[in-house]
Design a protein around this ligand. Structure first.
Ligand code: 6R9
Length: 661
């Protein structure tokens, strides 16, 4: 073990890593000139991304910036995302696997879907959706587990020009209803249930409960995932069995609809500062060009690869980097049902070994769990097929980075730490794996052509070594176009902070992602976390205000404040500080009511890990709850300025309560 200890010490001290030579030899991008080339030829550089796609009609203009911040990309072009991800690969790769689905229970469920098969099923389901009445531009909502019908449904919608709006299956009935109402969505695709950690879980009841609160009629498609293991629901009149629909349309083909470059491809609701989720709108060509180009440039995907991203399709990472980016490049993409620790804690490594996975992309929270479980689990498997590793979703500290590098990558895989958001569509800040050195803990430079900066409160760039706020000063093809039916809020949320909103000069418009960041002397950016009221739980973005309103709705709660607290595994967890109503039942009853309310309004992931009862909340003289202070208390940190508090005496009591909790 002496040798190993030396290795650990060396790794612990090393703060910069070169791309492994073996990787560089075969990498899609190796020339560091790409940065300058893109800068000099901006925005024309993005033709490189557009060239990865096949166009029905070529575009007239790369960027139309005449009406900032409503930028349009590849205008005049005609394209279909389903064609890009399926049809155009048939000649060369029809018999190759498009989707490797690894189901649970592990011994029986796997399915390899070739491009030929994917084409058939996407067509049949697209025909079925049309027959149900889905027309171009009708929003189709999905509330689906990780089963093959999920990506098939996305591509079927894309084929007929119906934007999809995916609601994470773990989200509650209430969250589903809220999103369906907001999008006027008259179609829902769901499933009877799914398997997780050995249990067959009912899902349809939750979707149905959501539909009760939808204020218009909805046609529902239900995938029968569980068969006889399922909850045994009989379908209602407005519910259609997926397998029956596909069988009824056996052999049907549907011409892909030629979509304008700027036609909506999908909506995705995400959390922001206020309670209402934001409907992020992505359009067809720019998004697809962005995800395809970054999949090639950053994830180094080649058609012959087997690429595994462990995200859920219910989040943006799954949209961009399980479905659209990889399939646009014609590669094999892996998706799995269940959890990383069932049947054993080596589930992912078994998948990597079985399928000869070449790239593995996951979240820091997962890596922290792997680290806690220990290196014996990856040690049981031959992981030598891996060529590249990636992380996304939250900052990663050097320690888990190095563990990942050593125990999963065998010190021969570059790691890309990719900073991006639902709103950006795809990667924005990361090293290029065949070009740049890696610095554990720091995402890296902006990707070529992206103008990300770190600025102070006045929008002035901070000197190297400085800290401040992240901004993106130029548009990019994968960017959100607006918030659905809410242009005003789009400007308010993302642009108002650093832009001259009266100007029609694009140079006066600056995108603000609401993250704090640092920059070093080589331009490497370390994104430290949100500066708004968003918590990042296991890489999942949730609004504290949304959670707070759920907490307040519980019986017995007079007032509450919700904050994110640091957590070793999850990154952040929810702490709820609660004032009881005078006639509330006991603390236990209220605690149970709060948990139920949060699960019901949002979902189990938002459940507070601590509920702290207090007679008062710390408030400023103007009556605002000082959430920053509560966060410091939760994290056991030294408290910042409390001089503006109206009730400073409460602080010590709350601290004592948290410690005892
Ligand atoms: C893709 C995704 C976005 C927020 C983002 C930031 C955090 C994502 C990160 C990261 C540090 C990284 N974030 N990647 N922070 N380093 N590599 O996660 O989208 O769910 O919209 O979350 O996640 O705070 O603003 P989304």
């Amino acid at each position: 073990m002496v040798e190993d200890n030396n290795l650990e010490t060396r790794l612990a001290e090393q703060d910069e890593f070169e791309p492994p030579a073996e990787f560089v030899e075969q990498a899609n991008v190796t020339d560091e000139g790409i940065y300058e080339e893109f800068e000099e030829n901006w925005p024309g550089c993005w033709e490189q991304a557009a060239d990865l796609l096949d166009w029905y009609d070529d575009y007239d203009q790369v960027l139309d910036d005449s009406n900032p911040p409503f930028y349009e990309w590849f205008t005049g072009g005609k394209i279909n995302a389903s064609y890009e991800c399926v049809d155009r690969h048939l000649d060369d790769r029809g018999d190759e696997v498009a989707i490797e689905w690894v189901g649970e229970p592990t011994e029986e469920a796997d399915r390899s879907i070739t491009y030929e098969e994917l084409h058939r099923e996407v067509n049949e389901f697209a025909a079925a959706l049309r027959d149900l009445g889905v027309g171009e531009d009708d929003v189709v909502t999905m509330h689906m587990p990780m089963i093959p019908a999920h990506p098939i449904a996305l591509l079927a919608c894309a084929r007929i020009g119906a934007p999809h709006s995916v609601v994470f299956a773990g989200f509650s009935a209430n969250a589903l209803a809220e999103r369906m109402n907001a999008a006027d969505s008259e179609y829902l695709i769901t499933a009877d249930g799914y398997y997780r950690r050995g249990d067959a879980l009912d899902h349809l009841s939750k979707s149905r409960e959501g539909l009760e609160d939808v204020d218009h009629d909805v046609e529902t498609v239900v995938v029968d995932r569980l068969g006889d293991d399922g909850p045994g629901h009989d379908l209602h009149e407005s519910e259609h069995d997926y397998d029956d629909l596909v069988a009824e349309h056996e052999g049907a083909t549907v011409e892909p609809v030629e979509r304008d470059a700027e036609d909506m491809l999908f909506l995705m609701y995400t959390s922001g500062t206020t309670g209402q989720p934001k409907g992020v709108k992505h359009t067809t060509a720019g998004y697809l060009a962005w995800t395809a180009w970054t999949s090639q440039t950053v994830l180094d995907i080649k058609p012959e690869d087997t690429y595994f991203c462990s995200a859920d399709i219910g989040w943006i990472t799954g949209h961009s980097y399980i479905v659209y980016g990889p399939l646009a490049l014609g590669t094999t993409t892996v998706m799995y049902e269940g959890g990383p620790d069932y049947p054993e804690r080596d589930r992912f490594w078994e998948i990597v070994e079985d399928l000869d996975v070449t790239q593995f992309y996951t979240a820091p929270t997962a890596i922290r769990s792997f680290m806690k479980w220990g290196s014996e689990y990856p040690g049981r498997h031959d992981l030598s097929s891996l060529r590249l590793l990636g992380t996304v979703g939250e900052p990663i500290n050097p320690k888990p980075w190095k563990w990942y590098y050593k125990h999963i990558g065998g010190e021969s895989c570059p790691i890309v730490d990719t900073w991006w958001q639902t709103e950006t569509g795809g990667h924005m800040i990361t090293t290029l794996p065949g070009v740049s050195n890696m610095k554990p803990g720091s995402a890296g430079p902006p990707v070529p052509g992206v103008d990300a900066r770190v600025v102070d409160g006045d929008g002035e760039e901070v000197p190297s070594g400085g800290a401040g706020y992240l901004t993106v000063d130029k548009p990019w093809p994968g960017m959100l176009r607006t918030l659905y039916k809410n242009d005003e809020r789009f400007i308010e949320e993302y642009w108002a902070e650093y832009s001259d909103t009266d100007s029609d000069d694009p140079d006066d418009w600056v995108y603000f992602p609401e993250d704090g960041a640092k920059i070093d002397d080589e331009g490497y950016i370390t994104v430290v976390g949100r500066v708004d009221d968003v918590v990042n739980i296991s890489g999942h973005r949730l609004g504290t205000m949304e959670i707070e309103s759920a907490v307040v709705s519980a019986d017995g709660v007079a007032e509450a404040a919700v904050v994110g607290a640091d957590d070793d595994i999850k990154g952040e967890v929810v702490h709820a500080y609660v004032i009881l109503e005078d006639d509330a039942g006991g603390e236990d009853a209220v605690r149970a009511a709060i948990e139920a309310a949060v699960e019901d309004k949002i979902g189990p992931i938002a459940r507070p890990s601590k509920i702290i009862f207090t007679p008062e909340l710390p408030k400023t003289r103007s009556g605002k709850i000082m959430r920053r202070l509560l966060e410091e208390i939760s994290d056991g940190e030294e408290l910042g300025d409390t001089s503006t508090l109206r009730n400073p005496e409460i602080v010590a009591d709350i601290q004592a309560e948290v410690r005892g909790n």
